[in-house]
Ligand binder design. Sequence first.
Ligand SMILES: [Zn+2]
Length: 103
Amino acid sequence: MKSIYGLMTDIGNGNELMYDLGLWETEEAAGAYLKQELGHASGIWVEALVINDALSDNLDLDGDEMALCSQCGIEYNEADIIIIDDQDVCINCEPAFKENMPG
Ligand SMILES: [Zn+2]
C-alpha cells in the first residue's frame, strides 16, 4: 500500500476523484499542478489516496508499460491488453469476454 495524491471535486452529490487529470507521488506536486493548471477553478482540492500497488500500476502512475486485466487480475504488458468497453482485457481472457458480451 502507498499514498498518492489526486484532485478531488464536489460533483454535487458527492466528491469525485479527477484521476484523468493525473496522479502525483507527492502532495506538493499535486498542489503545484492544481495551482498552475487550475488556478481559477474553485471547488477542487488535493486529496491523499491510499492504494495498493496493483492499482497504481493499473492507473499507470509511473508510466510503465504494464496493465491489469479486469478479468483475471493478472498484469500484462500493454501490448497484450485489449480495451473492450473501457475494460482492460488480456489476450487470454478476450475470447471469453467477447462471448459474454451482450449483443
Ligand atoms: Zn485476463
